[in-house]
Design a protein around this ligand. Sequence first.
Ligand SMILES: [Zn+2]
Length: 236
Amino acid sequence: MLILKKIGNVFELIFKVLFPDLCLACSMRPKSKTTIFCSHCLTSLPLTDHFEVKMNTVKMHLAGRVPLHHGAALLTFRKEGIVQHILHQLKYKNRPVIGKVMGKMAASKLEQSVLFEKPDIVIPVPIHPNKIKKRGYNQSTVFGHSLGKAIHVPCDDTILIKIIENPSQTGKSRTERVDNVAGGFKVVRTSAILNKHILVVDDVITTGATIEACCNILLDAGAGKISVLCIAAAES
Ligand SMILES: [Zn+2]
């Protein structure tokens, strides 16, 4: 039995050398032991200063559009960059673990930040049920649940829902995008958010149109205060 076990271990080792568990960011180098990334990618993740800087990119994106308590993104999004690749894996390649890891990272940043007050509830930007069926999960919900669990705040994806499935937003101007998303959301249980401090979470902010629509509908429905936290935001 012992010999069989040893042979099994050898095969396992050979298998690991031939097919190493690859980094979820670069898909080239093996993962480091403790995370889903290789050590090279882990150290080159473009972390923002949003948790320490009052007027940061997210706040500036949404200035005059949403009265925010505070807003931040964990990473800086650049076209063709490592963050775009990570988000693509999270969204389209069935890698919810990326959302979980990002949630934990964002939680530790939020807890250290003097600019963020602890929210009462975390609400993910919803996607249409048809998209959830296709993708298997909402990437923002995965991120929100992991974040909420780590900071001991409930995350609820049943309060704000998406009722209209949007046509693709690619190629539309910002004004058109605002019109396009504004009517697509609905608050289902207003009693759950009344006068509460809500942390709205999403995967990425580009124009800010989607998050703007979500924040404003929550405020209209009686939310007391809104903050925003995303995995990534484009530099303005
Ligand atoms: Zn890597």
